[in-house]
Write a protein that binds this ligand. Structure first.
Ligand code: CP
Ligand code: NVA
Length: 311
């Protein structure tokens, strides 16, 4: 079976379910789709198709990039806030999946529990895309890999250092980097490190590259090509903000920490960012930051993903 056929109808719950060749295929398609968009070329392989987008958490990038993305591909997006659909009033996720499968051609969901996304996919007969859970953010990592390739011309052999909370972004970056041949080092304080089973899983995917978890931010950043950070308190953890600010004090990406990376290292962040918390304004607004290119690539990478899964 060709990669194209393999991807048709597939869910994206975590990048762990995707082979290196499948990820490379989507990234290549994303480059072509970005070029078409830049040239003003109409490309509408999803004419007549509808993507439902369930949101149980806030979003700027994910919502706007999926909604405009499906529109640009000739289809339409339906924003389904969990406050407005019956899911928010307790309708089972399995019933929701079966009902929506009768109307839609794909579902994107942003929620808390990964298990909900798994259950949605199990009960839906159309592709389900994880638009962020507490544990994973695979769509972000597709755009991140596209951005790294644009900036560095390759993926294999590079080193990415992630500084901060060991949750969704750290997990998905570890998996994505390990699959695509980048070394990945995660620095997080005790109590906030990535889940052991996901670290082990990422290590099992690495073919020659390294997956390291440490408490030492300087060790992680040493000779890195990419420095990545994320908020200290994720959506749903707002009440822990103060306690987390304390725990993460030594995990700010600033000029001093950055000086341990390669000279031409780039700075990445999934956004939204809190300046002077996880990263200084000097770094995120500085010449080595690619955060807005990275945000834009959400559009191109996800259009490629939708064409691959829903085309
Ligand atoms: N990076 C990201 O997913 O942003 P939003 O929360 O705005 O969608
Ligand atoms: N870790 C962050 C990522 C936001 C895109 C969160 O879950 O809120």
């Amino acid at each position: 079976m060709s990669i194209k056929e393999q991807l048709k109808g597939k869910d994206l719950l975590t990048l762990a379910d995707y082979s290196k060749a499948e990820i490379a295929y989507i990234l290549e398609l994303a480059v072509q789709i970005k070029e078409k968009q830049k040239n003003g070329e109409l490309y509408q392989p999803l004419k007549g198709k509808t993507l439902g987008m369930i949101f149980e958490k806030s979003s700027t990038r994910t919502r706007v990039s999926f909604e405009t993305g499906i529109y640009q591909l000739g289809g339409m997006g339906l924003f389904l806030s969990s406050n407005d659909i019956q899911l928010g009033r307790g309708e089972p996720i399995s019933d929701t999946a079966k009902v929506l499968s009768g109307y839609l051609d794909g579902i994107m969901i942003r929620t808390f529990s990964q298990q909900d996304v798994v259950d949605l996919a199990k009960n839906a007969s159309i592709p389900v895309i994880n638009g962020l859970t507490d544990d994973y953010h695979p769509c972000q990592v597709l755009a991140d890999l596209q951005t790294i390739k644009e900036e560095k011309g390759k993926l294999e052999g590079l080193k990415l250092a992630y500084i901060g909370d060991g949750n969704n972004m750290a997990h998905s970056l570890m998996i994505g980097c390990a699959k695509m041949g980048l070394d990945v080092a995660v620095a997080a304080p005790k109590g906030y490190q990535p889940h052991d089973e996901i670290v082990e899983q990422a290590q099992s995917f690495a073919d020659g590259s390294e997956v390291l978890v440490t408490e030492d931010a300087v060790e992680a950043v040493k000779d890195a090509d990419v420095i990545y950070s994320d908020v200290w308190a994720s959506m749903g953890q707002e009440a822990e903000q103060k306690e987390r600010e304390k725990a993460f004090t030594h995990y700010q990406v600033n000029k001093k920490l950055f000086s341990h990376a390669k000279q031409d290292a780039i700075f990445m962040h999934c956004l939204p960012a809190h300046r002077e918390e996880e990263v200084t304004a000097e770094i995120i607004d500085g010449p080595q930051s690619v955060v807005f290119q990275e945000a834009e690539n959400r559009l191109h990478a996800q259009k490629a993903l939708m064409v691959a899964l829903m085309g």
